[in-house]
Design a protein. Structure first.
Length: 229
């Protein structure tokens, strides 16, 4: 082999080895929990919208909703999509939606994927249709939040950070719920119609099925089977 070819081969192999080493180091840090994922909400300009207290919060066609516990109801919307989001309080319900979309479009998957932060008091109930919700817990079990959520054609999952949830009440129709291994649920109460839940190795201390039809399914890891009451 010519000397020039040997040099080129050596450079190529060196780059390949360095790339492999870096990938292995990143993977090792991820497995040890030292890798911090990019958090879009920390870098997204938000607009605070004043809202009146409400017992029910109803969202439709919103594809990126973050649900966080709070003593008072608050609403933040990604700044560059705020003009498309309509919100109004009627009696005891706060309605939030994107009026550009028809039900047919939402059934086909059309969503407003701008970030919406909802700070939800424990006494308020969240009602969602054609929306995606990421729920946040707390790192301390003594202050773990409780949520009551009604879903229709929705997707619900907990944030990926390690967190406790006190009580999660979910009424789910034609929706999907994916838990994760970082979440601990002290009480999980489910009523499901045409829906699916996967625990994905989350910790469930107590699981109560309020009701479920033949078109619904629940995937539980072995450690959570005994939690079913």
């Amino acid at each position: 082999m010519k000397t020039s070819n040997k040099i080129l081969l050596g450079i190529f192999l060196t780059i390949l080895i360095l790339t492999t080493v870096v990938q292995l180091m990143v993977y090792a840090k991820y497995k040890r929990g030292e890798f911090t994922a990019f958090k879009r909400e920390e870098f997204t300009p938000m607009t605070y919208l004043p809202v009146s207290p409400a017992r029910f919060i109803s969202l439709k066609g919103m594809g990126n909703c973050a649900i966080k516990t709070s003593d008072t109801l608050k609403l933040e919307i990604q700044k560059d999509i705020a003009r498309f989001v309509k919100y109004q309080t009627v009696n005891d319900t706060l309605f939030i939606n994107d009026s550009r979309f028809t039900d047919y479009e939402m059934e086909k998957g059309t969503r407003n994927n701008g970030l919406v932060n909802i700070y939800l008091p424990a006494a308020a109930q969240l009602n969602g249709a054609y929306s995606t919700f990421r729920i946040y817990g707390t790192s301390d079990s003594t202050s773990a939040p409780s949520y009551t959520i009604s879903l229709k054609n929705c997707y619900l999952f907990p944030d990926n950070a390690s967190a406790y949830f006190n009580q999660l009440n979910v009424y789910s129709e034609s929706s999907r719920i994916d838990l994760n291994r970082h979440a601990v649920f002290l009480n999980l109460n489910l009523q499901m119609t045409g829906s699916r839940l996967s625990d994905n190795s989350a910790v469930i201390r107590k699981l109560t099925m309020i009701g479920s039809d033949n078109n619904s399914s629940i995937e539980l890891s072995g450690k959570n089977v005994n939690a079913l009451k």
